[in-house]
Design a protein around this ligand. Sequence first.
Ligand SMILES: [Zn+2]
Length: 465
Amino acid sequence: MTSAFPRLSRIFAHTALLPEGWADDVLIQVDEAGWIRRVTPGAKAEGAQRVAGPLLPGMPNLHGHAFQRAMAGLAEQAASRDDSFWTWRNVMYGFVGRLGPEEAEAIAAQLYVEMLEAGYTACAEFHYLHHAPDGSPYQDSSEMGQRHLKAASTAGIGLTLLPVLYAHSGFGGREPDPKQRRFINNLSLFRNIYESLHKVATHKNELQLGLAPHSLRAVTPELLQEAITGVRALDKDAPIHVHVAEQIGEVTDSLRWSGSRPVRWLLDNHALDERWCLIHATHMDRRELEDLAASGAIAGLCPTTEANLGDGLFPAVDYVRAGGRWGIGSDSHVTVDPWTELRLLEYGQRLLYRRRNLLRPSEGGSVGRFLYQGALSGGAEACGRPIGALAEGKRADLVVLDPECPVLWGKEKDQLLDAAVFASGGKVVRDVAVGGRWVVQESRHPLRDEVAARFRGAIEHLKGA
Ligand SMILES: [Zn+2]
């Protein structure tokens, strides 16, 4: 399916965001396999394809559960006086009961097309819906994972697939809840799934495999260690993502179980580094925050989902000042555009501190650019792939801003990113390439209608079932 996307080889941008900053008249050469071979600022177009607007590196989306896109809007009905993350989770458990491989693939393809049209060029799929509705493994135990690979290939997005290890319903190895039966694996079943996906993912430029222990609630310390050892034996740099400290209740339970808060427990028991991504990490004390920042691990922030679920605010100002790395994800996909995630990340802090322009370089400067570049760097690291920069040796994952978007008129360089993040409403992308192929042109994915028709079919099936 990828061959449906036109290849690019030499492109010329009037202005482009390079790792060292904005540059004019940039010629980018891309080889047949989709790698950036040369970036030359101050060049002449000399027959290269001219892009229509300002050129940016494509944004990685470091966290999400694709099937939840089909639930967006279904969990906003107040059921009781005390709706919370935990009551949302019950809606989700009910929803997955009706979802099979066909639907999972159709929903993921729809989501990935929407992501591309919004400017995400890669995503990390935190994949925990493994088994059939009765909890038994599919004939190929990696069936659901394979469906996500197919969906990503149909859409043409880069994928970091993170099969989830989920074994328990609470700290200390509590028996799983029957409602979690589609997610639950023991170590040997998990290994089968992982190894079979590993065979497919190896040597593919647009794919990376990694490990996702669901949370400290869902694994015991011994199981976590064994899973890490097994995955590292296959790929020593495989990314490891874990949900952590999303809810106050989780922090309280962790303290009761181990005497440590969740982020502290991870810091004390594992050598966290840039191969680790801690999803949410919302509730940290000062020492946890400083030690996490010093570890090099990435904080995976999902501002619109965290707001939707009432998680609380990540201490972004303190974490950034401590030198912490971070990226953005869309998690439950109530929102599918990077601009809105970045805007809400900054706005949360403004509302908290009653100040403006908080997430910024220490010497001052553009908030939009600081947010965009911070999320590129942390997101690329968390995806474990050579993406996130217009530079030699990276994948040619590109976003061209739409010069016809009125909010961009009269803006230059950093102002373009400030306008895109704070004033565009997310509709600001014209063209998108992944691995040197145009997957969105003139704001449209070529398979948009076909993929949407399958998605509609999946939704009708879910409603009728
Ligand atoms: Zn999540």
